[in-house]
Design a binder for this molecule. Structure first.
Ligand SMILES: Nc1ncnc2c1ncn2[C@@H]1O[C@H](COP(=O)(O)OP(=O)(O)O)[C@@H](O)[C@H]1O
Ligand SMILES: CC(C)(COP(=O)(O)O)[C@@H](O)C(=O)NCCC(=O)O
Length: 243
């Protein structure tokens, strides 16, 4: 049985998965303060032969050193790593590896179609991989929490509003108005982005992922697929591709 360990170190959360024979057998969310201890325990329990990390922050450096010392076959993903798709991004040196992993995951799941992967994480990213297996890039915009927090941070009077609470289009007070702007703003942005892509690219899937995806999954006009693990699945594909 092959056992792979895939880790997605985002700007908010650290997610990990164990793949046994290329299916996810267990997923984890690691704690920042104890990430090294927790991953060491996961390695001791599951004994993965190979591991891969996608990180969008410099905070993971020590964690990666520990992984490299414990697992002989270890990859730190970046914009230059060999993958089954062609990377047409203009600056692979600054590309978020999470974005590359997502489109590899999407192309592996739906190889006969172009795929627009929308990740609702700390930021929102739009990531287009054509059915010719080319990653064409996309967009980066502020995430849900970032929008709510920014309105408090950059004004004098707006309160910090939680995502949890009444969500109505016509906000009836300050709190519901802020929540409406942030949540309906994201939903309308996504609908508008999909419509803009439809003008230039025909017949593509939309795949929604990221921590805030469950909140939005039934709020769009277009038909979408939701897959919380598309990034981790892409990491597993890349790991196998580099054996
Ligand atoms: N248990 C949780 N901890 C932190 N964020 C969560 C949690 N559940 C949902 N979220 C939402 O998920 C978002 C982070 O999504 P995620 O995809 O994990 O981000 P990243 O990949 O940037 O670390 C947060 O902005 C928050 O709104
Ligand atoms: C856009 C991102 C911040 C998204 O990260 P996340 O919000 O998922 O933590 C990350 O992919 C990143 O740092 N990208 C670098 C810039 C680029 O992709 O061009």
């Amino acid at each position: 049985m092959s056992v792979n360990l895939c880790i997605d170190w985002g700007n908010t959360n650290i997610k990990a998965a164990i793949f046994e024979n290329n299916s996810i057998s267990k997923t984890f969310v690691l704690t920042h303060a104890k990430a090294i201890e927790e991953i060491s325990s996961i390695i001791d329990t599951h004994k993965p032969e190979r591991a891969i990390v996608s990180s969008v922050t410099g905070e993971s450096a020590e964690f990666e050193q520990v992984l490299a010392s414990k697992i002989k076959s270890f990859i730190k993903l970046d914009g230059f790593t060999r993958t089954p798709i062609n990377n047409a991004y203009g600056t692979p040196e600054t590309l978020g590896p999470d974005r590359l992993a997502m489109v590899v995951g999407a192309n592996a799941a739906f190889p006969d179609k172009s795929n627009l992967v929308i990740c609702l994480g700390t930021c929102i990213t739009y990531n287009m991989v054509l059915k010719t297996r080319t990653f064409r890039g996309g967009s980066i915009s502020p995430g849900m929490q970032m929008r709510l927090h920014a309105m408090h941070q950059f004004t004098n009077k707006l309160p910090e509003v939680s995502i949890d609470g009444d969500v109505v289009l016509m906000g009836y007070d300050t709190e519901s108005g802020i929540r409406s702007g942030a949540i309906y703003g994201v939903a309308c942005e996504i609908d508008g982005m999909i419509a803009a892509y439809e003008k230039t690219i025909t017949d593509f899937n939309v795949i929604l992922t990221g921590g805030d995806a469950p909140f939005f999954v039934d709020k769009f006009k277009s038909q979408i697929f939701a897959d919380p693990d598309i990034l981790l699945k892409g990491l597993n594909v890349i790991l196998n591709y580099n054996v």
